[in-house]
Write a protein that binds this ligand. Structure first.
Ligand SMILES: *Cc1c(COP(=O)(O)O)cnc(C)c1O
Length: 382
């Protein structure tokens, strides 16, 4: 390798190490170490086609993909013989897939989703030319059940396709499945399809006591989860659905010796290996501990902001702390996503108490909040 190339790579490495150290605004678990499976990156792996149909092509990781899917099927309470799914390129592909299936099942269905839904949902509506009704959100980011009921009742002769947010991108809000089911029931809507966008919270909520549990024991039809929480150097995710829906839409493709059931053709063969390794090395209990820690730390951050009377918000069972937009300097340094007058910190595994304290110190210095806290402490002492 030439000196110039080596230098450039070294510089890039330092840059991303530094950027990873101060990263708090996007929901990525940056605490992951995959050095054990680095050797596989000298091989080409392509899982093109259905994860359950063995192709003639031998360079794939289907056995690992299937084990990953079984883990998620168990977590989401759907029996082995009733589910289907695959490892996707991320939450977006899972959303596209779920809504694609819904459209195939109900060609004249209307897609309902709240204003706070991820932009991949309206992208799906556009790509698949589905009539899309955007539903108002409440202030906390949850769908407005009142508005949903109103628009559903106005279109009661059309099948209903709902995107339910299980943790919105911006505020971490959870749409209430039971309330949505009640609305469908009140209007006697039998033809409906419920897709759940659980990109981030999909791997947090199942581990939290008392949290709303959305799974296949209730009448949901598909769920998309991103690898955000697991943490993967290559973006990826998982989509799960009912086998009976997939059997309706699949077609056999002779050239690849597999069924064309997925959105993409060529599919990353390394990501199933990464997810499998992550699940094997951490296991259910470790993931559960990580989920609880993230929620506790988010509550800690929220409490520290509240103590200083800094405008902020935190939904129940969420690790996304919304706060008033700080200076541009802090937004840049901590890579905070901002929107209107707000920003958020997504408390992932790499955002521990020390980092939260550092952030709070910087915020306090900058905003001149220090005296306020001193006064608060004095008040509580006297
Ligand atoms: C991040 C996110 C997505 C998209 O996931 P990608 O893996 O980035 O494609 C979808 N929905 C929600 C709620 C998200 O937070």
């Amino acid at each position: 390798m030439s000196h110039k190339v080596a230098q450039k790579l070294e510089k890039f490495l330092q840059q991303i190490e530094q950027r990873s150290h101060f990263h708090a605004g996007y929901p990525y678990n940056l605490s992951c170490d995959y050095s054990e499976i680095v050797k596989f990156f000298n091989f080409m792996l392509n899982n093109a086609g259905d994860p359950y149909v063995e192709p003639d092509f031998g360079l794939h990781s289907r056995q690992f993909e299937q084990e990953v899917l079984s883990f998620f099927a168990q977590l989401y309470k759907i029996p082995e013989n009733k589910f289907w799914g695959y490892v996707t390129a991320g939450g977006t592909e899972g959303n596209l897939y779920g809504i694609f299936l819904a459209r195939e099942i109900y060609p004249n269905g209307i897609l309902y989703s709240s204003q706070d839904s991820h932009y991949s949902i309206s992208k799906a509506a556009k790509l698949f030319r589905i009539k899309h009704q955007v539903v108002d959100s409440q202030i906390n980011g949850e769908i407005s059940y009142h508005h949903l009921e109103q628009v559903i009742s106005q279109n009661r002769n059309y099948p209903v396709i709902i995107n339910l947010n299980i943790g919105t991108t911006v505020k971490g809000a959870i749409d209430n499945l039971d309330k949505v089911l009640e609305i469908l029931d009140r209007h006697q809507i039998k033809n409906y399809y419920i897709h759940c966008d659980a990109a981030l919270s999909g791997l947090i909520l199942p581990f939290l006591d008392g949290a709303p549990q959305v799974n296949f024991q209730k009448p949901i039809d598909s769920i998309a989860i991103s690898a955000k929480f697991i943490g993967s150097p290559l973006p990826c995710g998982v989509v799960l659905t009912k086998k009976k829906w997939v059997e309706r839409v699949e077609t056999m493709i002779e050239y690849i010796g597999s069924k064309d059931t997925t959105i993409l053709g060529s599919r990353n063969g390394h990501t199933p290996l990464i997810l499998w390794y992550a699940l094997q090395s951490r296991g259910y209990n470790c993931l559960a501990k990580e989920a609880k820690t993230c929620i506790w730390n988010a509550q800690y951050l929220f409490h520290q902001l509240q103590l200083r009377e800094y405008p902020c918000m935190l939904n129940n069972f969420s690790n996304t702390v919304v706060l008033q937009k700080p200076s541009q300097r802090l937004i840049k340094k901590w890579q905070l996503a901002s929107f209107e007058n707000w920003a958020h910190i997504v408390v992932m595994q790499n955002i521990d108490k020390d980092k939260i304290d550092t952030f709070i110190d910087e915020l306090v210095l900058e905003q001149g909040l220090f005296n306020q806290v001193k006064n608060l402490q004095l008040q509580s002492v006297s």
